[in-house]
Design a protein around this ligand. Structure first.
Ligand SMILES: Cc1cc2nc3c(=O)[nH]c(=O)nc-3n(C[C@H](O)[C@H](O)[C@H](O)COP(=O)(O)OP(=O)(O)OC[C@H]3O[C@@H](n4cnc5c(N)ncnc54)[C@H](O)[C@@H]3O)c2cc1C
Length: 361
């Protein structure tokens, strides 16, 4: 079963740097509600491929919700397929199939003070949070932005304008690796130590994220104020209309399930399950854990959200209100998310006789 996708017109493709393009979508009025988003969320796009039909990739929205825009920003990955296709082939007037916004890399309180760490294309969700916090919130925003060199700084002009507009609330520190080398954990910790009461959001290449996260942990930055987004490529196809891909996925999944079967502890009996989704409540009493929770809900005709089906993105995340859910695989939720009761339904197996979950955040 595929999640509902929509064909959107590309209104504009903007050359941000030699290696990065922003893509602005036209979202018709009847889809505005479906495509409503909070800063930090991402879209999943279907990039056409002669080899596999399509390649599904997630791209964070770099626009802010109140602007009315739906803009993603894509940076070329060396030898990457989708990012290079978008940067080279896509033009205004084309169409792309897109899944509605999802993701949990989003501030709960837009009035908080924010300590943002962006590296390279990791600026994308971060600038959306910065813009929204500055324009709709009341707190201070500090951005530590690492790039290879000056010409690779995406949104340099816009950040400068925002600093001018909000001189007493917005501070940007540019870190150029070509001049200063990679920022070390000690340097990052020293910087962050001035903002211990702020809420941190971190997005960038893996080594940078690791250094920032270690620095924040070392400082004793509390988990509930540390958020990170990992940029990985989806292996699966949430668009669901390419037979070959689906067959290959099913084979892989069978192999994975067999491998994972011993790892994920599960409650074997039927579970008394309650689900809140989009203002509706569902109750079932025949989930035995033979299928993961997402698949069970789909088998019952529930239009539950998902994207990667691999535990790599957070589109299918729910909050456990009662009972608990084990996950076969989790690449995206951190300890803080887990402590908040967030679980990935695409990987979810029952742990308890009763389970109550909500998709409403
Ligand atoms: C939540 C989230 C948000 C993200 N946000 C952003 C963002 O804002 N900006 C950004 O730049 N990136 C973002 N990413 C990363 C992005 O999704 C991709 O991982 C990135 O663009 C690299 O994808 P790629 O296809 O170019 O490279 P790769 O995934 O490295 O491409 C190589 C893969 O493509 C396959 N391939 C090669 N040729 C073909 C072909 N012809 N047909 C089919 N398959 C082929 C190969 O087999 C290989 O598996 C985000 C990721 C996540 C999870």
């Amino acid at each position: 079963m595929a999640t509902e996708s929509f064909v959107l017109n590309v209104a504009e493709v903007i050359e941000e740097t030699a290696d990065a393009r922003s893509v602005v979508f036209e979202v018709p009025s009847e889809l505005q509600e479906k495509f409503a988003y909070t800063p930090g969320q991402f879209l999943t796009v279907a990039v056409p491929s002669e080899r596999t039909g399509l390649v599904a990739r997630c791209y964070s929205l770099s626009s802010s919700p109140h602007s009315g825009r739906h803009q993603i920003t894509v940076k070329r990955t060396v030898d990457g397929y989708a990012s290079n296709w978008i940067c080279e082939q896509l033009k205004a007037g084309d169409t792309l199939r897109v899944l509605p916004p999802s993701g949990i890399f989003t501030p709960k309180d837009i009035d908080a003070d924010f300590l943002l760490f962006g590296g390279g294309s990791g600026i994308t969700p971060v600038i959306s949070i910065a813009r929204t916090a500055l324009e709709k919130g009341t707190g201070k925003v500090v951005l530590f932005y690492a790039n290879e060199n000056e010409s690779s700084v995406i949104f340099a002009g816009e950040l400068a304008s925002l600093v001018q507009e909000y001189p007493d609330r917005f501070t940007v520190v540019h870190w150029l690796v070509s001049l200063q080398g990679l920022p070390s954990e000690t340097q990052l910790a020293h910087f962050a130590s001035y903002f211990m009461s702020y809420t941190a959001f971190v997005c960038g290449p893996a080594p940078y994220m690791k250094a920032v996260t270690n620095a924040l942990k070392e400082l004793g930055f509390p988990r509930e104020r540390r958020h990170q987004e990992k940029f990985v490529s989806l292996g699966g196809n949430p668009f669901g209309d390419v037979e070959e891909v689906l067959a290959a996925q099913a084979e892989l999944k069978e192999a994975d399930d067999a491998e994972d079967a011993d790892d994920a502890p599960a409650f074997a009996g039927p579970v008394a399950l309650e689900v809140e989704l989009d203002g509706q409540s569902y109750a079932f009493d025949d989930w035995t854990g033979q299928q993961v929770l997402l698949e069970f809900l789909e088998s019952k005709g529930v239009d539950a959200p998902f994207s990667c089906r691999e535990g790599n993105c957070s589109s299918c995340a729910c909050v456990v209100l009662e009972g608990d859910l084990a996950m076969k695989h989790n690449e995206v939720l951190d300890d803080e998310d887990l402590a908040d009761g967030i679980r990935l339904t695409c990987q979810g197996l029952p742990l308890t006789e009763t389970l109550k979950i909500s998709y409403n955040g």
